[in-house]
Design a protein around this ligand. Sequence first.
Ligand code: SAM
Length: 212
Amino acid sequence: MTTEAERKMQFLFALRSRGVTDARVLTAMEKIDRADFVRGIFADRAYEDMPLPIGAGQTISQPSVVGLMTQALNIQPRDKVLEVGTGSGYQAAVLSQLARRVYTIERHKRLVTEAQAIFDRLGLTNITAVHADGSFGLPEQAPFDRILVTAAAEDPPGPLLAQLRVGGIMVLPVGQSDAVQSLIRVTRTEDGFDYDELRAVRFVPLVEGLGS
Ligand code: SAM
């Protein structure tokens, strides 16, 4: 029988073997327990490297993808980060260990309320969860040093590009929602934007408007 400590060790080992090698990211993912964000019958699968249902027809992302996206952002301690797609709140909690401030937007009110309750219970006071359509970003808090989108759009949304500061980095999946998408990194320069493709991924679509 595997103990909880052994399962957590295997979890970190699996992250490393899938390319999550940044020590700061691994420390953040060791500190934030994914089991706090996985509910009901799926709770005992929290340390498996797979997406799991969280309600409202949505999923908590695969931990290795959370790690790789976080790593690609290269977050600095003074950074203000925007996440689009709060879902369970797990990714935002990982980001909160690396950044000064995290704003996370979700279109389903129920998911915002549940994630905020977990942040409060865990004392993660540098995260603010907002119920809104994240395609428009959060103009009142812009510009952001880093932006992470955890739902796929066909192209990077214009308002998010506009809210990235010069020198800032955005990581997001792009492509059709029913196909394999590309995870890309966008870096804002003085003159425009540099794009690089990181890997193939599969995310739920970025949907316009508010959910229930
Ligand atoms: N980051 C999440 C986590 O750690 O659990 C997983 C996110 S899940 C793969 C994608 C989320 O994006 C869903 O909760 C979905 O409701 C949300 N979403 C989709 N379109 C959105 C939009 N326009 N604005 C805000 N959230 C959106």
